[in-house]
Design a protein around this ligand. Structure first.
Ligand code: SF4
Length: 321
């Protein structure tokens, strides 16, 4: 069976010089900056939104933006538009994928952010982050680690996101981070209909979060794109799901007929989503955790005025809570 990655060879690495590294984003009422020091990801999640036609080797070829730390420092020094909002590390790759062992670009960029007192979130599903526990611990008032965990079921994980560590290993890691006073969240994202949306899976994740000392849990349903749909159909086969029934179920739940147009990004049925997320919220609260995420507020505008003293003016993560 054709997979979405080449299972016979390990991903290869290539150096890449980047022209810019900080990218501003605004999604609804949230805004901030993203930092992606790698392009491509060895975690090979079938549902990955970062894969596009322009990146056909996303899972098999990893570009390391070797000049990222220097570029980041230059961009911070030349920042002209107000306090730098919290930085999302990373939005289109995993900052602590195995390539980080070789390049240490995430570690170097985190040091730059800390040097300029800039708040950051790390989004990861890697245990390699344990290498930098002390680094984040020393900055714990101004950073937040968000683990993405989708399934507690090892059979599902091996098919759906074969390059990630087992959830049990991630929860041990989270427990250690939480014990060291580092704020930790778990993002159950994406929740994949028929594959990870069973009551049992969600309940197990929530209980494990509570045991590990997680404070915040949240989640979101899979959005379907033509390439993601292609990969989900492979996952149905890998997991021995009734193929025809599963496809029809998705057609109904996402309200589409084949094929999905290349420019479409389909969301799940609204009622289904609301009911499911309401139940998730109830369970999270029952287990003494918060369902929300530290909010990002708009900072003051310093448009066109260059920072004179970035440390003095720079906001901290608490400004956004
Ligand atoms: S870890 Fe994130 S970036 Fe990497 S393949 Fe999975 S979803 Fe994509």
């Amino acid at each position: 069976m054709d997979l979405w990655y080449n299972k016979d060879i390990a991903p290869i690495f290539e150096n890449k010089k980047s022209k810019s590294i900080f990218h501003h984003f605004k999604v609804g009422k949230y805004s901030g900056n993203t930092l992606n020091v790698y392009q491509g990801c060895q975690h090979r999640c079938g549902y990955c939104y970062a894969t596009y036609e322009w990146s056909p080797e996303f899972y098999d070829k990893i570009y390391a933006k070797y000049n990222a730390p220097e570029l980041l420092e230059n961009e911070i020094k030349n920042w002209r538009s107000g306090p730098i909002k919290p930085v999302m590390i990373s939005s289109a790759t995993d900052a602590y994928q195995p390539a980080e062992l070789k390049y240490e670009l995430t570690r170097k960029c985190v040091k730059v952010l800390q040097k300029y007192n800039i708040p950051y979130y790390v989004f990861t599903k890697s245990t390699l982050i344990s290498r930098d526990l002390e680094l984040h611990k020393n900055y714990r008032d101004n950073c937040f680690i968000v683990w993405s965990i989708t399934t507690n079921d090892e059979t599902v994980r091996r098919s759906l996101e074969p390059g990630t560590p087992p959830a049990s290993v991630m929860f041990k890691m989270i427990e250690n981070f939480a014990k060291n006073g580092i704020r930790c969240a778990v993002n159950i994202d994406p929740i994949v209909p028929l594959i990870t949306d069973s009551i049992r899976n969600i309940d197990e994740i929530i209980v494990n979060c509570q045991k590990a000392g997680v404070k915040n849990v949240f989640g979101a349903f899979l959005r379907l794109r033509y390439d993601i749909w292609y990969r989900m159909k492979i996952v149905f086969k890998l997991l021995d799901k009734d193929y025809e029934t599963s496809v029809k179920y998705y057609n109904k739940l996402y309200n589409f007929t084949e094929p999905i147009q290349h420019n479409r990004n389909l969301t799940i049925d609204n009622n289904y989503e609301i009911n499911f997320l309401y139940n998730l919220e109830t369970k999270v609260r029952k287990n003494g955790m918060s369902i929300d995420f530290p909010k990002l507020r708009e900072g003051r505008s310093y448009k066109n005025s260059k920072f004179k003293n970035i440390d003095k003016n720079q906001l901290t993560l608490t400004n956004y809570n």
